[in-house]
Design a protein around this ligand. Structure first.
Ligand code: C2E
Ligand code: CA
Ligand code: CA
Ligand code: CA
Length: 280
């Protein structure tokens, strides 16, 4: 194709060529990551605000690559989605997490601990996932009611009938559903009424600096009151200070996660969470 000289010169500049090469290499590295067993899971406690007791964990994926080091999911999940690698990676996350849950429950001596697992929109659309989940449930012996899938609001943007039917199917299997990053998308309220969910997670952008920002406090108050009217659970994300914990508790929020309580931890560090006397 004949383009004007300047544009084509820019397209094939050495810098751009280098960038493209780097990107291709990154994709290749991501493609090999599953085979190379470069992924591992971390677990961030979800605690009860009142007594700080751990009730469950959000499963957060980590990628450790020899050349790249530890790569953030913010960087590799979007690429995995784009390259359709998220289906095998996502299945690995679910399988690994469910296999680990029995051991985690044992080391914390609590059989009611649950897992929150992030589902990408692409996974939600995948019919294969729905067929595969019952197998993994049988294989691990974990009750689906111990698993809460977290879906971002944008995951619920696309074709409503397909999404609705898949959400209903997940629920029929016994899984619990939460809307992640709640309040950040368009027509959050509409979705709450339309889709069968068990709870919402207040996005950490509302919690951040809520001590000094009345608007954020108001937003959180609205979400919590609405959730109460609709009989939904609420989990606040990104709680970093004692002041935030107290404010959330005063508003009637019962569960939270955040650095105030614990960072996402590798499985071997979870044991230390057992039997910690609760501060009041
Ligand atoms: P997310 O689902 O909103 O997860 C919460 C993020 O907030 C995590 O980042 C967590 O480490 C971080 N965080 C937790 N507490 C605090 C806090 O007190 N302060 C601050 N500033 N941050 C906190 P992470 O682990 O880097 O994950 C980033 C995103 O990557 C996640 O956001 C999620 O969207 C995605 N992700 C992670 N694991 C998976 C996975 O297995 N599957 C899919 N589809 N997405 C995943
Ligand atoms: Ca999440
Ligand atoms: Ca979130
Ligand atoms: Ca997020």
């Amino acid at each position: 194709v004949k383009k004007n000289g300047k544009a084509s010169h820019q397209i094939f500049s050495p810098e751009l060529h280098h960038l493209v090469q780097q990107q291709n290499e990154f994709e290749q590295q991501l493609e090999n990551a599953l085979k190379g067993e470069e992924f591992f899971l971390t677990y961030q406690p979800v605690v009860c605000l009142k007594d700080r007791q751990v009730r469950g964990f959000e499963v957060l994926l980590r990628w450790q690559n020899e050349q790249l080091g530890l790569v953030s999911p913010e960087r590799f999940i979007p690429l995995a989605e784009q390259k359709h690698l998220i289906q095998p990676i996502g299945r690995w996350v679910i399988k690994e997490a469910l296999h680990r849950l029995a051991g985690i429950r044992q080391s914390l001596d609590d059989n009611s601990l649950y897992l929150n697992i992030n589902l990408s929109p692409i996974q939600l659309h995948d019919d294969q996932l729905l067929k595969w989940l019952p197998d993994i449930i049988r294989e691990t012996g974990i009750s689906p009611s111990s698993v809460r899938f977290e879906l971002t609001e944008s995951a619920l943007d696309a074709d409503e009938t397909v999404i609705s039917s898949h959400l209903v199917a997940l629920r029929k299997l016994g899984f619990r559903l939460y809307i992640d990053d709640f309040g950040t998308g368009y027509s959050s309220l509409k979705r709450l009424v339309e889709f069968p969910v068990d709870g919402v997670k207040i996005d950490r952008s509302f919690v951040h600096h809520m001590e000094t920002d009345r608007n954020k406090q108001a937003m959180i108050e609205v979400i919590i009151n609405m959730a109460r009217l609709l009989n939904l659970h609420v989990v606040a994300e990104g709680v970093e200070t004692e002041a935030q914990r107290l404010l959330l508790q005063e508003e009637g929020c019962r569960y939270a996660q955040g650095y105030l309580f614990a960072r996402p931890l590798p499985e071997q560090d979870l044991r230390s969470l057992a039997g910690i006397p609760s501060e009041q």
